[in-house]
Design a binder for this molecule. Structure first.
Ligand code: GTP
Ligand code: MG
Length: 302
């Protein structure tokens, strides 16, 4: 790691917003790497995901957070605490407001971020959803409060989104003698965590209604062997009657989830993968503090 760089900046930049606002999609576009899983269902991200961007004169550690929620129990309480902790540890906060969000949500999110007293920027996401001259419902609020904002569409123009965001965030980063992380790293997630997340993403893609929300993934075994990496993985469901749905008729659903996830894991590892999936039932795990902790759904205090 190089020491004492001149005119160098480094820091943590939190991506915060309502569930489904496009935080994880933006993180992936910023890094041009898939680090955080994405789905069209809200509450996909459960634990913070870091993405490290190295520039000539800066290192930005983006931190993708779960969507903001209000809840006092179970996994949703954890999701909420995780967002609060991501904001607390950030040097700069990006408030992501989806173009179709309500004024009430915009006020709530910006209120929370203002309370943190951190430097922050407002980012309107999914700008492509605004047809013609329509403006978001929270537009007047931004005007009244004189809140500067940038408007992006990560899906339509990722490069522009990246440039717009960097132009606002870079000047707010603290000065630093050098990078915070080794410049070869692009995330702090382990391969095990990445593999588990890809399995969860495939499950979010192929399962419906409440099933993805009651599903967790555990890696039981991860053998980095040549030429094939062997991964044994458990899908935990929180209701007995979900087990059959996740397995599917003659194992068809599990096969679909497995082959989808395997392709993604192989792409990241650059190696062939043998992925074995099992389904287990842990009745009510989403409300059980002991199991939540076991699964890593607890805010780590450092
Ligand atoms: N139209 C449009 N859709 C987008 C854009 N960015 C993201 N999406 C879609 O919005 C959905 C949610 O994206 P995510 O990146 O998972 O959202 P998130 O904020 O991380 O959601 P949570 O993790 O649930 O809080 C996905 O279906 C994305 O494809 C965009 O610029 N335009
Ligand atoms: Mg997300």
């Amino acid at each position: 790691m190089s020491e004492n760089k001149e005119n160098y900046r480094a820091g943590f930049v939190a991506l915060v917003g309502q569930p489904n606002a496009g935080k994880s999609t933006l993180l992936n576009a910023l890094l041009e790497e898939k680090v955080s899983i994405v789905s069209d269902k809200p509450q996909t991200t459960r634990s913070r995901v870091t993405g490290i961007m190295n520039l000539d004169n800066a290192q930005i550690v983006f931190v993708d957070a779960p969507g903001t929620l209000k809840s006092t129990s179970g996994i949703n309480k954890y999701l909420q605490e995780e967002v609060v902790d991501v904001i607390a540890k950030a040097d700069v906060v990006c408030a992501l407001l989806a173009a179709e969000a309500s004024e009430e949500h915009a006020k709530e999110l910006i209120g929370t971020i203002r309370k943190s007293k951190k430097p922050w920027v407002a980012i309107i996401t999914k700008a492509d959803l605004l047809k013609g001259t329509r403006t978001p419902k929270f537009f007047n609020f931004l005007m009244e409060e004189q809140i500067p904002f940038v408007s992006i569409s990560t899906l339509k123009n990722g490069e522009e989104a990246r440039n717009e965001l960097l132009s606002r965030v870079l000047p707010l980063l603290p000065e630093s003698k050098g990078p915070l992380y080794d410049e070869d790293l692009y995330t702090t997630q382990t391969l095990r965590q990445i593999a588990a997340e890809f399995v969860r993403e495939a499950a979010f893609e192929h399962l419906r209604e409440e099933i993805p929300y009651g599903l967790a993934v555990r890696i039981l075994d991860f053998k980095e062997e040549e030429p094939v990496v062997r991964i044994r993985c458990e899908l935990l469901v929180d209701k007995e009657n979900h087990k059959g749905i996740v397995i599917g008729s003659k194992g068809s659903m599990l096969k679909t989830i497995g082959s989808h996830a395997r392709k993604e894991i192989e792409r990241v590892l650059g190696q062939q993968v043998f992925l074995e999936l099992h389904v287990a039932v842990k009745e009510g795990w989403t409300k059980n503090p002991r199991i939540l902790k076991e699964l890593g759904y607890v805010v780590t205090k450092e």
